[in-house]
Design a protein around this ligand. Structure first.
Ligand SMILES: [Zn+2]
Length: 419
């Protein structure tokens, strides 16, 4: 019987997502040790001396044994390191790092998979879903780095609720677990929560206050109708709160804002916040966006609040969920059997995506591309291609000694592309 070192098995698991192999079985083929440098490279990364590499089933066995928690801790350490290095500082908003909130589907079954499944009745079938509420730290260069994950479980749902009501209820219930966990992992970090209209309610405001978070939340007439009407009435009374600008892309934007708008929530509590409206016109098409926030809003700050706190929230959808689902990460693939194992795979995916995002946005890759007279996008085309090139290197080249020299590494300055 072979005993594998834990570090070795964690790198084996990370490889699944770093190289975007798509399924666990693919480990056996793409990371075959025969005729490749896979085994020595894995040993170098893990600082081990294994004589063979495991088979894919070993990974399930291992993750079933460790559970998900160690990978969540590893993620926290990675982000703490990036924050300490000030690598994300260009994205700060009035001193805060911005955490975008949103939920997404994780895995779906046609059968009752486990007691935690969320059950959805459709006209002709029933689906059983696992969902997760994510907090993703927004960095420069469009980075959306997973910093908190709260799995949405059956007990979060009101059984009789409509789909909309259930979605709202589930996400807000999960948020009341997510925020204390974020504060435990990042106790001192000035954080600003960014969420869509669903989060614009007393429950989020209460949680934000309790856990000392600033917020920028989408403001929709349908979600807070009375407050919206009051907002529109007050806007007419303060025409001086206006800023007009043309963006680099040629869009005309008119920002208008109101201070100290008052809102009574469904518990009868009264809250006060500032509200911003942005009317953007591109090719004669005008779109209106609006947000509520406790951050300072004036002519100097309004664009920053609406951009870094408001619009960059979309990165959680594009850079975050879409890429994890529609690339070789294969987020919705059922990598493991039981719920805890699924969570462990989920965290491994997040770890790999953090590594790849930082690689993709870093000055090292830009330098490499520049040596070929190109940009990274011209050289690789996509993140998926970067993962494929990484796999080729991992299979056929021995990782160089100097890559493991901490003194040499300390001399390399990595900057994230913030243009
Ligand atoms: Zn389940």
């Amino acid at each position: 019987m072979i005993t594998y070192d834990k570090r070795f098995l964690v790198w084996w698991g990370l490889s699944l997502f770093l190289f975007q192999l798509g399924s666990r079985r693919q480990l056996d083929f793409d990371l075959d040790a025969h005729g490749t440098q896979v085994l020595p490279n894995l040993n170098r990364l893990a600082q081990t001396q294994q004589d063979t590499r495991p088979v894919h089933k070993t990974l399930n066995h291992f993750l079933g044994h460790t559970g998900a928690a160690p990978y969540a801790r590893l993620r926290t350490q990675m982000l703490q390191r990036l924050i300490r290095m000030k690598a994300l500082d260009a994205a700060r908003l009035q001193g805060h790092l911005v955490a975008a909130l949103d939920a997404t589907g994780h895995v779906a079954f046609r059968y009752h998979h486990c007691p935690h499944c969320l059950v959805y009745q459709h006209p002709h079938h029933t689906s059983y879903l696992h969902q997760v509420l994510e907090a993703k730290l927004l960095g420069p260069a469009g980075l959306a780095l997973s910093m908190g994950s709260e799995f949405i479980e059956n007990s979060d749902a009101l059984p009789s609720a409509s789909d909309d009501q259930r979605k709202q209820d589930c996400e807000l219930t999960a948020l009341s677990r997510l925020l204390p966990a974020l504060r435990r992992d990042f106790p001192q970090l000035p954080l600003c929560l960014a969420g869509d209209g669903l989060y614009a309610c007393g429950r989020t405001l209460e949680l934000a206050q309790k856990h000392q978070c600033a917020y920028v939340l989408s403001f929709k007439p349908g979600r807070l109708p009375a407050t919206w009407d009051e907002f529109q009435r007050l806007l007419a009374l303060c025409p001086e709160n206006t800023l007009q600008r043309r963006t680099a892309e040629g869009a005309e934007q008119i920002y208008r804002w109101v201070h100290e708008l008052s809102y009574m929530d469904d518990q009868g509590r009264t809250w006060s916040f500032h509200a911003i409206q942005c009317q953007e016109t591109i090719d004669n098409q005008t779109t209106t966006f609006a947000w509520i926030t406790g951050l300072k809003v004036n002519k100097q700050t309004v664009v920053d609040v609406a951009t870094k706190g408001g619009r960059h929230r979309w990165h959680i959808e594009n850079q975050g969920f879409n890429r994890q689902k529609n690339s070789g990460f294969n987020l919705e693939h059922v990598f493991g059997t039981d719920p805890e194992m699924l969570k462990a795979y989920y965290y491994l995916l997040q770890l790999a995506h953090i590594l790849l995002q930082v690689l993709e946005a870093s000055s090292l890759l830009r330098q490499l591309a520049a040596e070929c007279g190109r940009t990274p996008a011209q050289l690789f085309g996509s993140l998926k291609n970067i993962a494929r090139r990484l796999l080729e290197c991992f299979r056929y080249f021995i990782l160089a000694d100097d890559a493991f020299d901490p003194h040499q590494a300390a001399r390399i300055q990595i900057r994230l592309n913030s243009s």
